[in-house]
Design a protein around this ligand. Sequence first.
Ligand SMILES: Nc1ncnc2c1ncn2[C@@H]1O[C@H](COP(=O)(O)OP(=O)(O)OP(=O)(O)O)[C@@H](O)[C@H]1O
Ligand SMILES: [Mg+2]
Length: 429
Amino acid sequence: MTRKIRDSNTLIGLDVGTTKICIVTGEKSDQGITITSARSFSSTGLRKGIVVDADAAAESIRRAVEEAVPSGDRALSVCVGIAGSHIKSFSSEGSANIKGKKVLPQDVEKAIDTASAAYVPLDREILHVLPTDFVLDGQGGIKDPVGLTGRRLEVKVTIVTGAIAAVQSLLRACEASGVAVSDIVLQPIASSEATVTQRERERGVALVDIGGGTTDIAVYQSGWLLRTAVLGIGGNHFTNDLSIGLEVSFPEAERIKKLFGSILCDERQEKRPIKVALANGHVKTISARDISDIIQPRAEETLELIRKELDEAKRLGANISRTVLTGGCSLLTGLEPYAGTLLGTPVRIGYPEVNVPDLSDRSGRHAARARSYDHPVEFSNPMYATGIGLVIYAAQAGESAAVLGNSTHLFQRIVTTMTGWFQNIIGRK
Ligand SMILES: Nc1ncnc2c1ncn2[C@@H]1O[C@H](COP(=O)(O)OP(=O)(O)OP(=O)(O)O)[C@@H](O)[C@H]1O
Ligand SMILES: [Mg+2]
């Protein structure tokens, strides 16, 4: 079943996270996209972004949509994020014969198409086909080959795949909740859409989204996505450590972490008395130092794992000139400077963009946000980076997107939306 979905200007992003289901709505107009709402709801039936109880997951998605989306918009389809350690990516190549003429957009499409026909194991589903270089008659490093003359166009791509079982169970949970899915997007790609500037992508940047259960990484170089990774570690690990170390319940540990958690504490803060409720019902007084003593080693371990991924990206040719930290855990006090020290790059917190003025010229648009993040506007919270990015991605995917009745339509969707996506990238240069 394939039907047109963009009769309305409303776009909906559905981020099925480990700690929350987040629904973001946005309005597309001639002026660009404006995020109109971003709301979180409790999520059940999911672990680390993967559906483990289909009925419970469908029920929580249904409830979230009912509350967050006005009834008139519920027939619209949603763009859904996906993550999990089942996500894998590999390189492939494709080509098109140009016969000494000018390269047309159709030639680019054909080259990408042949690259997409690479062998993919039967238990995996292609989620994204992302060009990393164009080569014309042996000359590489071409961003936009359209209009150039040559005989043979080659394209190098990264193909991102997910386990069919995980992709299908996410799709089924959405369908069972009554929601139609227009697109499935890798979460770090979505988070990048909301927080990383085009200029940063050109210069080399690492997007690190530290959520509750996973840390999603995307590294860009020369404008292209070079590498993605999903690590099974996140803010819940910090909370677990506090829960065990302080002998408090998980919710109490979560409260303590958000209110008093800090990676490092100075002499003035370290003796500050903090009252906590013990699991046995008693109250005890601890110091800020007790909390940072528990949190700091976990932060060090997490950043060490991230650094290994960034080192791997550097081996592939990335020259990372900045790290953008986002996701709820990026709000942990002191994490930003500590990450700067341990990762060896300048770090900024990625507050998602809530007004995207012009999709075809986005260079530098996040710089303003980066400067003003002391006063983020209402929805510009790092925990909404994925959800907001999904709305921006959906707007860019264009009018050609179609509802995915089942995952066999995924490949068809990639081919049909690839051109729009590619033209958008080129348009941004
Ligand atoms: N102010 C804060 N200080 C410290 N940690 C915070 C703060 N706000 C949120 N967090 C933490 O951020 C984590 C949730 O982040 P987020 O909402 O991005 O995760 P998620 O999308 O549900 O999970 P995932 O992306 O792993 O599937 C939790 O561990 C939460 O404790
Ligand atoms: Mg998340």
